[in-house]
Design a protein around this ligand. Structure first.
Ligand SMILES: Nc1nc2c(ncn2[C@@H]2O[C@H](COP(=O)(O)OP(=O)(O)OP(=O)(O)O)[C@@H](O)[C@H]2O)c(=O)[nH]1
Ligand SMILES: [Mg+2]
Length: 463
């Protein structure tokens, strides 16, 4: 592939399948002249005479072989370097769907463009200095985000949050390195260049804040992954019925026989932009049946791993002792108490255990759907506990690749501080260099070509 990006590339930038608009994007020195071979403005003048930066012109795309009209189109021109890739970019906006964008792409390929490789537009943007590597990766993270949490993280990285953090750590490490190297060059001043204060400075300014970024990244990864909700309770209270209701489909078997669910049944659902995995479990009771008792053990293990406990009880009675046990077993995690089978209450009857106890109580009926909205709200609020909000909103967080680099930089910084305290400035200097090299992998300054290939190959064509 031409990594200098001198040739002109083209691809369909929009999703395949039915849709309002399809966009064929070109980037490269010849973008305008290639586009002008297939796009003819309604003004009747050749397009290559008139494109204006950031203006859309109306016209038609013609097949360069026979002049057949392929579609009506808007041609949008963005002049390099003030474009996404830093090169001249043309977008031909045509009708969506499978046919028109494909035909227009064929036409521009015939007119002299080359089909772009996956991620090649973003790669050019990176190579032309339009964005650092963390922002380039954020482009892909944004388009593949499955949750709002992931999209928010990607948006912050795309806006340069991670890049700024990495650059400020790099600047501090350079300052430290300059001091250490001065001490090495002028050993007669060695007394003044005592390592202790510099080590302390390094810990305070780099090690501690860097460790915080790593920690936040780990927490945010957990959020972006999934929020597990363990649905627990006595047999036959309607746990599986509630799972099916929340999932919007029949995932778990429901029957009037207590002890129906034996194994953990999981369903992934998107609630208010967060990705939940709901885990329906076997009813909690003492049993002689070895299979069921294994199921109960799994319920408890699931409860132990879950972020949120959804404890289900019945509206026509008070909490049973075993249910109180479960509420205790939920420990510190947020608890939503679904007081189910509300449809069996007489009109005006309160039902079930009253409020209090540190849980959010929601009156539900899996049969009629009553309380479903309140249940969803309670789950989202429970998952969105204050520490989660922090992890979401405050400060930069790295993706997995960047976090590995940050962890390496952190370890090297620790070593450097240790060596400084021991008075081994030469070793400290080496660790400071390694730390900067690791941080450079976040912004892309010191990243190896095969790693770039790896990163961009995960993009889709057209990005
Ligand atoms: N009236 C009424 N019946 C319900 C409600 N929810 C569940 N049921 C019934 O209660 C019985 C048990 O429902 P399940 O969802 O299988 O209960 P479970 O808690 O998963 O039971 P186990 O898997 O045995 O632990 C079934 O007959 C359901 O139809 C409800 O809100 N109202
Ligand atoms: Mg069940």
């Amino acid at each position: 592939m031409n990594s200098n990006g001198q040739d002109t590339i083209a691809a369909i930038a929009t999703a395949r399948g039915p849709g309002g608009i399809g966009i064929v994007r070109l980037s490269g020195d010849e973008a305008v002249s290639v586009a002008a071979r297939v796009f003819f403005p309604s003004t009747g003048r050749p397009w290559s005479w008139s494109p204006v930066h950031r203006r859309a012109d109306h016209g038609r795309v013609l097949d360069p072989r026979n002049g057949q009209v392929l579609d009506e189109a808007l041609a949008l021109f963005m002049a390099g370097p003030r474009s996404f890739t830093g090169q001249d970019v043309v977008e031909l906006q045509v009708h969506g769907g499978a046919a028109a964008p494909g035909a227009v792409l064929d036409a521009v390929l015939l007119a002299g463009a080359r089909l772009a490789e996956p991620g090649e537009f973003t790669r050019r943007a990176f190579l032309n200095g339009r964005m650092d590597l963390s922002a380039a990766e954020a482009v892909m993270e944004m388009v593949s985000a499955r949750t709002r949490a992931a999209a928010l993280s990607a948006a912050a990285r795309g806006a340069g949050e991670m890049e700024r953090a990495a650059r400020s750590f790099l600047a501090l490490l350079s300052q430290a390195a300059a001091q250490v190297e001065a001490a090495l060059d002028f050993p007669e001043d060695v007394e003044e260049a005592e390592g202790g204060p510099l080590a302390a400075w390094l810990r305070e300014r780099v090690e501690v804040p860097l460790a915080r970024v790593v920690e936040r990244s780990v927490r945010r990864e957990a959020l972006e992954e999934e929020l597990t909700v363990a649905i627990v309770g006595l047999p036959n209270v309607g746990k599986s019925s509630l799972l099916n209701l929340l999932a919007g489909e029949d995932r778990a078997i429901v029957s009037e026989v207590p002890g129906t669910t034996r194994d953990v049944v999981q369903a992934a659902v998107n609630l208010s932009g967060l990705r939940f995995v709901l885990a329906d479990t076997a009813g909690f009771r003492d049993t002689a049946d070895p299979v069921e008792s294994q199921g109960v053990a799994r319920s408890l293990a699931m409860l132990d791993r879950a972020r949120v406990a959804l404890v289900v009880t019945e509206a026509f009675r008070d909490l049973a002792p075993k249910e109180r046990d479960l509420l205790r077993l939920a420990g510190q995690r947020p608890v939503v108490l679904a007081v189910n089978k509300a449809d069996l209450l007489a009109p005006g009857e309160e039902g079930g255990p009253g409020p209090g106890g540190g849980w959010t109580r929601v009156l539900t009926s899996a049969r009629t759907g009553q309380g479903l909205e309140a249940l969803v709200t309670a789950l989202v609020l429970a998952a969105d506990a204050p520490e989660v909000q922090d992890a979401l909103l405050e400060g930069p967080a790295a993706n997995l690749r960047q976090r590995a680099a940050l962890e390496e930089a952190l370890e090297e910084t620790r070593q450097a501080a240790r060596r400084l305290e021991e008075g081994a400035s030469d070793l400290a200097a080496e660790h400071l260099r390694e730390s900067r090299r690791a941080l450079g992998r976040v912004t892309g300054e010191t990243v190896e070509p095969h790693v770039l290939d790896e990163i961009f190959s995960r993009f889709c064509v057209g990005k």
